[in-house]
Design a protein around this ligand. Structure first.
Ligand SMILES: Nc1ncnc2c1ncn2[C@@H]1O[C@H](COP(=O)(O)OP(=O)(O)O)[C@@H](O)[C@H]1O
Ligand SMILES: [Mg+2]
Length: 245
């Protein structure tokens, strides 16, 4: 049997009011992958990631994170992940450093052991001079970089990030991709990243799944997905064709 870091099997979710957000979604992510979940607005990406993070329960289907269910075995499952939400609700009256110390404390990690890594990430994200600023004083893009920093210092088995590059400038996007790739190559981290930015996915992810109307409509390495479409075109063209059926 293969060891997956993440298994989602036949997930279904209907919101109160009747919107079918997930309609039989199955995804399996192997160790060392950077899996890109791409799809148009409303496809079900955020719903999927919230279910993985234990914020929503599926109506049907199985979720396993390193073999554990976030529904039945919440603590054991969720200790393996870091989650960057789509709409960050952060403690805006903490400074950047206070917030990061809080996150480190939640994970029972020692600040001294991660301090150098924090400094490295804040420097890379051009936030060194914001260390002692309140989160409320930062721009949306800066807050995004702080949240990503918090997720990365934990070095989880599985990084779950919902549109993590939203609002980041190109320099920060470059640093982000570099840093995540390093963590995956050197620290045994696996990543699941949702995005609607196709060019970022094309160069960065090792495998992608295209989700549309709550279902996976194509999956594979970028070259495989292009082959499925029968020709060597940009991922954008292939994506649009697949999503339009
Ligand atoms: N809290 C909610 N209540 C009702 N419908 C929702 C809620 N959240 C999302 N939806 C609907 O579920 C579908 C999937 O949404 P979402 O998972 O956010 O998609 P994506 O992240 O791919 O844009 C959309 O039709 C959206 O309008
Ligand atoms: Mg979303």
């Amino acid at each position: 049997m293969e060891n997956y870091v993440l298994e989602l099997i036949d997930l279904r979710k209907t919101y109160p009011g009747g919107v079918k957000a997930l309609n039989g979604l199955t995804i399996r992510v192997k160790p060392g992958e950077i899996y890109g979940l791409i799809g148009p607005n409303g496809a079900g990406k955020t719903t999927t990631l919230k279910i993985i993070a234990g914020l929503l329960k599926p109506d049907h289907g199985v979720v396993r994170i390193c073999g554990k269910s976030p529904v039945k075995d919440r603590v054991e499952a969720l200790k393996n992940i870091s989650y960057v939400p789509e709409n960050p609700l952060v403690f805006k009256n903490l400074t950047v450093t206070e917030f990061l110390k809080f996150v480190v404390g939640l994970r029972s990690m020692k600040w001294e052991n991660v301090k150098d890594h924090v400094d490295y990430l804040l420097e890379g994200f051009n936030l060194t001079d914001k260390k002692n600023k309140l989160l409320i004083e930062l721009s949306r893009g800066m807050i995004q970089k702080v949240l990503v920093t918090a997720a990365l210092i934990v070095k989880p088995r599985l990084l779950v990030m919902d549109e993590p590059m939203a609002g980041m400038d190109p320099e920060a996007q470059y640093f982000f991709k570099q840093t995540v790739s390093d963590l995956v190559e050197k620290e045994g981290v696996t990543a699941l990243i949702s995005s609607h930015l196709l060019d970022m996915v094309e160069k960065f992810c090792t495998r992608v799944g295209i989700i549309s109307k709550g279902k996976l409509v194509a999956e594979g390495r970028i070259d495989e997905i292009k082959k499925m479409a029968g020709r060597e075109e940009s991922l954008e063209k292939v994506f649009l064709e697949i999503v339009r059926g």
